[in-house]
Design a binder for this molecule. Structure first.
Ligand code: OMP
Length: 285
């Protein structure tokens, strides 16, 4: 198990939660009292982190919401990471930037996001292939979280295109899952993005990559169903998922209560799924 997968497993065992809090702190949506602050997004994030840290196995700020404010937003993005590292150092940190370019350009991203800022992991798209991703894949101390089946309604435009993989016709997302699992994950540091809104695809991807951790966005505002995700995506150990929610936690009347409720909903679904699996194993004996 790679360093970040092990960090995640320790965190999950310690707090019994698969919740990832997405810090998509869009400035115009922040409560008025934060708008008045000199660093509004950072002040809001501190408040969110303080309320959710007991329940958060991971934090995932998406760069878009900070880049939109230029250098000020970027500074608050960096300060947010430093705050997580100070008050909640065991939570896995995910830079949701969906980067990836040719190899030497990727070295710039690696230096900036992994070394200068200090994230544990980054989201990446697979379009340029494994050779180009090598600067990320070479970092055994970090995790490369690769888009496989995204949560959005239009995901099928490209991801459902039929390609030939090992002489079989399969959708592109399935080929990406295969390639990451068998070729790009040679150092054990890859994870896959699998949207909560596509549980049937998730079930297939779990069969292809039984031991890989999935980042699962699409719960909450996008309507993904926790029970369906757990049934389809849980690994053999009853884990292997980072279930991410942003708006439904950040802008809930009480974000800490919303994070705890999501943790509890996930844990109830895990208990049910594990009991069903045990029942099925007993019946087969
Ligand atoms: O990589 C991601 O995190 C991601 C992949 C995906 O397939 N769908 C998806 O919604 N996301 C991100 O997950 C977050 C979803 O936010 P909420 O819908 O508010 O929970 C956003 O930051 C998205 O950019």
């Amino acid at each position: 198990m790679s360093a970040i997968a092990a960090k995640y497993a320790r965190r999950v065992a310690a707090i019994k939660s698969l919740v990832c809090v997405g810090l998509d702190s869009e400035q115009s949506k922040l409560p008025a009292r934060f708008q008045k602050e000199s660093e509004p997004q950072f002040a809001f994030n501190r408040w969110i982190i303080d309320q959710t840290k007991e329940f958060a196995a991971a934090y995932k700020p998406n760069t878009a919401f900070y880049e939109s404010r230029g250098s000020e937003g970027w500074r608050e993005f960096e300060r947010t990471l430093a705050y997580i590292q100070r008050v909640c150092p065991d939570a896995v940190t995910i830079c949701d930037a969906k980067r990836a370019d040719i190899g030497n350009t990727n070295r710039g991203y690696v230096e900036g996001i992994f070394d200068r800022i200090g994230f544990d992991s980054i989201t990446l798209h697979p379009y340029l292939g494994g050779e180009a991703l090598e600067p990320f894949l070479a970092r055994e101390d970090k995790a490369a979280i690769i888009l496989c089946r995204t949560s959005n309604p239009g995901a099928s435009d490209v991801q459902d295109l039929i390609v030939t993989d090992s002489e079989k016709s399969v959708p592109l997302w399935e080929s990406v899952a295969n390639k990451v699992n068998t070729e790009w994950n040679k150092r054990g540091n890859c994870m896959l993005v699998v949207g909560a809104t596509y549980p049937e695809e998730m079930r297939r991807i779990r069969a292809i990559a039984p031991e890989m951790t999935f980042l699962v966005p699409g719960i909450g505002a996008q309507g993904g169903d926790v029970k369906a995700v757990i049934e389809a995506g849980l690994d053999a150990n009853g884990a292997g998922l980072m279930i991410s929610a942003s708006r439904s936690i950040l802008f809930a009347p009480e974000p800490g209560v919303a994070a705890r409720a999501l943790r509890d909903e996930i844990n109830a679904a895990i208990a049910e799924a594990m009991a069903q699996r045990e029942g099925a194993t007993d019946a087969a004996r």
